[in-house]
Ligand binder design. Structure first.
Ligand code: UN1
Length: 497
């Protein structure tokens, strides 16, 4: 399908795709596919005021009824899965299966959030005073700003929105400037869900398109109590402190530098499949992509040889072709950064297998994935490069492997391949991996939505998606109710008047 056919199938009228100031490129061939309108910064106060108005109505709608909107969104996403997946492929360059997988992730979180809408539980707590009851109630917080990156252009919005909406919070979404078309497509799908829902307040779900100056308004406004931001550590380092300084709540999902430890007992065939998917899938552009391989010295040469052989036959090219496994990087600047990091790694004593430009389509930035044997965990290895580079290091003892795994500034995802129960449990123990995600015998990427997603250290500490991540979108209120005719004070304090 041509780019324009994909956009037509997603419901775009020509007028939406022309005349705007933001040029949108497809990484598939580098072609400009649209010029979309940007939100003027002067509109932002109005957008936020509208979200605040919507909040006043939405917070009083019963949560299971709010869940109904998310259920309808899930239905509309199911109906539009192919069309939205194709726009993800067009705009982010993902292979078809991964584009569809991303939409499935949206559907999954909708299902999860619908159930959650009937489970916004607070505790009942034993009061120390007779005739008293204590409990906690979870209340909506207010508008939630959602700032997303190009690499998961739609799923990350849905993790935040599905939960925020059932929690009673309006959403203002600022997508990456590189992926406004997927965002606009989501809004069309959302509009159908809102239409069927009937009486949602206006301004409940809004989209703003533009650069950092638009995001900055959300970050600085005390009328946006929650700002959930996904992207680089550099961006989070600016957003987090600004939101905190005005007593807002940041939810940060930033850089990852994810490792796999491969122990002598590992099932190597399984490990290789996991390594290849997590290191080169999405062309190495997931925050959960595998970037560091920490391999026991006794199996290192064998594993590197097998991996290099597996890498050599990976189909690279047009992500729309069914056989392709590696599509383009988002842009040429990304490919240039990858090349520069490989040079830097060489300068630090690295041996590079692969890398370099690959043939693809038009002006797309296609690269060969690289495996780099490193003499140690150098500065380059400690840096997240959003490209398919896999650094390999050797180890002798598990303690040493865990120290390497933890010896980077980022703390998102991690894993160990071992059939040894002691090693596996040590890796998961308090003295093991310091990451938000730690797996055994599966790779670091491709997390399910049911678990809380996020990481420690420079990854920002936020949690999104499953488990009790919903609590990040609500405020907890502790309630004490006195149904006695006395007024006893806590801690036995006497204060008779
Ligand atoms: C991201 O790269 O920002 O675990 C999110 C995964 C996906 C989400 C990645 N479920 O790889």
């Amino acid at each position: 399908m041509s780019h324009s056919d994909v956009l037509k199938a997603a419901g775009f009228a020509d007028a939406e795709l022309t005349g705007g100031s933001l040029a949108v490129r497809s990484p598939i061939d580098g072609a400009i596919v649209a010029h979309v309108a940007e939100t003027p910064a002067s509109d932002m106060p109005g957008v936020i005021a509208k979200a605040q108005e919507a909040f006043k109505a939405w917070r009083s709608v019963p949560a299971p009824r709010r869940g109904e909107l998310v259920r309808l969104l899930g239905e509309e996403l199911r109906a539009a899965k192919d069309e939205l997946g194709a726009v993800v492929t067009l705009e982010a360059g993902k292979i078809i299966s991964e584009g569809l997988g991303e939409v499935q992730e949206m559907i999954d979180i909708c299902d999860f959030a619908v159930g959650q809408s009937r489970q916004l539980y607070g505790l009942t707590i034993a009061s120390e005073r007779p005739g008293h009851r204590m409990m906690e109630t979870w209340h909506p917080m207010g508008p939630c700003g959602v700032i997303t990156a190009f690499n998961f252009p739609v799923a990350v919005w849905s993790w935040n929105s599905a939960l925020a909406l059932v929690c009673g919070d309006p959403v203002i979404w600022k997508p990456s400037e590189k992926t406004p078309l997927t965002a606009l497509t989501c809004m069309k799908i959302m509009a159908r869900a809102l239409e069927r829902f009937g009486d949602a307040p206006e301004g409940l779900v809004q989209l703003v398109i533009g650069g950092p100056e638009i995001g900055e308004v959300l970050v600085n406004s005390s009328d946006v109590p929650i700002v959930s931001a996904t992207g680089s550590t550099r961006m989070g380092g600016i957003v987090g402190p600004k939101v905190s300084a005005r007593w807002g709540r940041p939810i940060l999902e930033l850089g990852g530098n994810n490792a796999m430890i491969v122990a002598p007992s590992a099932d190597l065939d399984m490990a290789i499949r996991a390594i290849v998917f997590s290191a080169v899938g999405t062309a190495g552009q997931r925050c959960t992509s595998l970037r560091r391989l920490i391999v026991h010295h006794s199996i290192k040469d064998d594993l590197v040889a097998k991996l290099a052989a597996a890498y050599a036959s990976l189909p690279i090219g047009d992500p729309r072709d069914s056989g392709t496994l590696i599509g383009p990087l988002i842009d040429q600047a990304s490919a240039d950064r990858m090349a520069a990091m490989l040079e830097q790694a060489k300068g630090e004593g690295g041996t590079v297998h692969g890398g370099g430009a690959a043939s693809g389509v038009g002006e797309g930035a296609y690269v060969h994935p690289a495996i780099v044997e490193m003499p140690g965990q150098t500065d380059t290895v400690k840096t997240e490069t959003f490209a398919p580079i896999l650094y390999v290091m050797g180890y002798d003892t598990l303690d040493e492997a865990i120290a390497l795994q933890n010896g980077v500034p980022q703390g998102l995802s991690s894993c160990i391949f071992t059939l040894n129960m002691r090693e596996a449990e040590t890796f998961l123990s308090a003295g093991g991996s310091d990451c938000g995600i730690a797996n055994v015998n599966i790779g670091p990427s491709g997390a399910e939505i049911g678990g809380a997603f996020g990481g420690e250290k420079e990854t920002g500490g936020g949690r999104e998606s499953g488990s009790d991540a919903w609590k990040g979108y609500m405020r907890r209120q502790t309630n004490t109710i006195n149904y006695s005719a006395e007024l006893p004070l806590a801690q036995g304090v006497k204060f008779d008047i």
